[in-house]
Design a protein around this ligand. Sequence first.
Ligand code: ADP
Ligand code: MG
Length: 740
Amino acid sequence: MRFRLGRSLKDLLGERTAKALDKIGLRTEEDILRHYPRRYGDRGRLSDLRSLAVGEHVTVIAQVARTSARRMQNRPGAILTSIITDGTNELTLTFFGKNLGTVKYHEGRLRPGESGMFTGTVSDYRGTRQLTHPDYRTFRDVDDEAAAMESMDWPIPIYPASAEMPSWKVADAVQTVLRPLRLEDVPEPLPAQYRREHGLPGALEAFRSIHLPHSEGEWRRAQDRMRHEEAFVLQTALARRRAAALAEPATARPPRAGGIREAFEARLPFTLTAGQREVGDVVAEELARPVPMQRLLQGEVGSGKTVVALRAMLQVVDAGGQAALLAPTEVLAHQHHRSITGLLGPLAEGGMLGGAEEGTRVVLLTGSMGAAARRKVLAAAASGEAGIVVGTHALLGDVVQLADLGLVVVDEQHRFGVEQRDALRAKARVSPHLLVMTATPIPRTVAMTSFGDLETSTLRELPAGRAGVTTSVVPAGNERWVRRMWERIREEVDGGGRAYVVCPRIDAADDAALVADGDPDDVPADLLDAAAPAGPPLASVEEVTDLLRAVPALAGVAVGQMHGRLSGEEKDAAMRAFATGETPVLVSTTVIEVGVDVPDATVMVVLDADRFGLSQLHQLRGRIGRGDRPGVCMAVTAAAPGSPAFARVGAFATTADGFRLAELDLEMRREGDVLGAAQSGRGTSLRLLRVTKDAEIIDAARAAARAVVAADPELAEHTDLAEVLARHVDEETAAYLERA
Ligand code: ADP
Ligand code: MG
């Protein structure tokens, strides 16, 4: 297929400019056209200079107040300073030169009263904020007088920029690419009727309006169109995925009376919640159809998703098939294996002496297994002797063969991508049924965006008899509270409980990027060009372990460690020692976040809690209070009371509903953190669409996209849409779905 807008910037703009643009990830015509302005400036309205923080790369619109040049006093050379103002606050521009002659050049351009755009990194010199050697362009610099006159009141696009490529140079490059384009050069993925219905401009017009608007209304309309386009293209991709999956025949796996599933239900030590029964019925019915089930099961932390999945797996075993359960970590794979064999009891000893007659076998496959054990497991899977195969991504390997794979269950999906699902599905001769479980409750718009090809079931209810968790916020600076916190751990341990202490890093040298990006709220985001610098050092597993070993209240208490750099065996050993109480305190990173189930765990301390997302905190907290004893969660933060970061931790402490927290997360955090870090940046097809704000657009696009795909599955009548999909979905959306 011929892709339009694919020409390289090198051919269009020349080697030098292309090289600078390449550094900010822009390589093709399309790349630069979709490099939308971050905001729009206004000649008449100056940027608020008060909010600029030291260390940030900023672009501001301001007016020159005064400029002066002088020789340096203590060393050779000259300095020119220019004070720019927003009318109230000032910022100093500083230029150094060999002699007065070299800096005087700026004096001619930075005349008092002149206004323009200035860009550079904010630094502090003796209490004065300044930009050293900023790049700038005064509005008088605009080459063509006539053009300047004409564009007088037009909004000024301000692009995400780098020191090498200031906003106005990006703007020039965009215009060079955009100007010669004709209508037929730009694909139009939105159906004409959809555009009419929503009053949206065409693709080329939208590009023009977004990069060179004549009014605010114009760029707003263009942005709106691009949001619709992003939603529509993504939803079409998802609708096609879904249609393709449903078009594959599947083996019907109807329930069987007197089978292992019934035997299992008879020996369940608890009664299922209403939600578990309801979802179970839907799943049972779908498994019985010759069409592959495509279902997402999301639920509150601890709502009992595993039992729902296990019943489904047993139904498939009853029907003569096998089920594979894919877990995101070795710890979880081990745990699933243990809990499934535990729940099944003699039913998991099929074919063995003393095993139940209707039993099956449950095997575990992980990457760190020895060769001999591995061979046995592979043989049991290939022969069909093992009805249930639990594993990590090791299950995806080529050597793994299953006799008759009927159901794939993916636990905690956010760690697995579409491709991995597909790899496992490919192990079946006919399309297996698919049940995806999410680790955290997800808001509707996110579900529609990230899992739009799946039908969704939700478990909101927790099993009765849960004692619950009380959460409090502990200010890191309050020594008395912190001491009390360690005493609290001591008390729980003495009472037979276990304590998690969660840290954002493994050791002091570790990158803080381990956790989701910090709080963006105290940064003037609209003036920001680059990421904010890191804050104070964060707690690490290594350091905190040492610290706890020295805390008087914890004298004689064994402290274990858990983090991603341990081998599979070490992790398993650490979890076991924790579960048995050998090391009743476990200092850990978020590896314990997903699904780990130690019923005796009653306390959790989360250090630097403000560095975690709300959903992540909720998921962490879900690790305690799982038994009949109430849990205590203490969220420690160094954030200042009253700051947005502190408020966020407070919201976590006072909100027990995971769905509500997930929504708050959406409202409070940057989009990128919600859908995975890379999603907010370049290289994805979602640039303007916000799952936080654009629910209406997503709804509309989804309905329209499904209708288009239903009527024209091959998109024969929608060639431009097909072109855009082929191009983006392959490279980008797949990668994006992968990360989400
Ligand atoms: P999650 O949905 O977070 O994955 P799990 O499936 O791990 O939750 O279940 C959490 C715990 O609750 C497990 O120990 C499980 O055995 C138990 N459980 C599940 N369903 C019920 C129920 N209906 N009544 C009591 N306990 C249950
Ligand atoms: Mg789970």
